[in-house]
Design a protein around this ligand. Structure first.
Ligand SMILES: [Zn+2]
Length: 161
């Protein structure tokens, strides 16, 4: 059994109610600010990274998640159901809904979904069709970064060189 499965069991015990699409499953709170992106960091703005408190950091990645992300009034991430979630079922989200780039997960993704990308990637590396699937369930600054990249193609080419 993997660590992920054990975490899932913890969450299963805490989430006994079923959820409908659009319902808030978990309310996030920022624990502290970080000066850079790292393996436990949540991106909450174009240049802002934080650690969430409570159980938010324990929610596992899936390439076919049943939750998405919504920024709440405190600037933290809430998890919102993007598919019906049966009582006691593990909740998951896609790290790409949160972080523009994910460069610290070298290991292969083991989420087991039919849509598994094989690697845990950031928003930057999602196919356009998947971005469309996640519409309304991702952190808003990811869309803003994409829009800026499209309106400044020269700068983007320079950045990638
Ligand atoms: Zn996967």
């Amino acid at each position: 059994m993997t660590a992920g499965h054990q975490q899932g069991r913890v969450l299963q015990q805490l989430h006994r109610l079923p959820y409908r699409v659009g319902e808030t499953v978990m309310v996030g709170a920022i624990d502290r600010e970080l000066d850079r992106n790292h393996s436990h960091a949540s991106q909450v703005g174009a240049e802002r990274f934080v650690l969430h408190g409570g159980l938010v950091p324990k929610v596992n990645h899936s390439c076919e998640p049943n939750c998405g992300i919504r920024l709440n009034s405190s600037g933290a991430h809430d998890y919102v159901a993007r598919a019906p979630i049966a009582a006691g079922h593990e909740i998951t989200f896609d790290y790409a809904m949160r972080n523009y780039s994910v460069e610290y997960f070298a290991a292969r993704c083991r989420c087991g979904s039919h849509h598994c990308r094989g690697r845990i990637t950031g928003w930057r590396d999602l196919p356009a069709r998947r971005k469309a699937d996640y519409d309304g369930f991702v952190a808003p600054y990811l869309i803003e970064i994409d829009d800026q990249a499209h309106t400044a193609p020269a700068a983007r080419r320079d950045h990638r060189r």
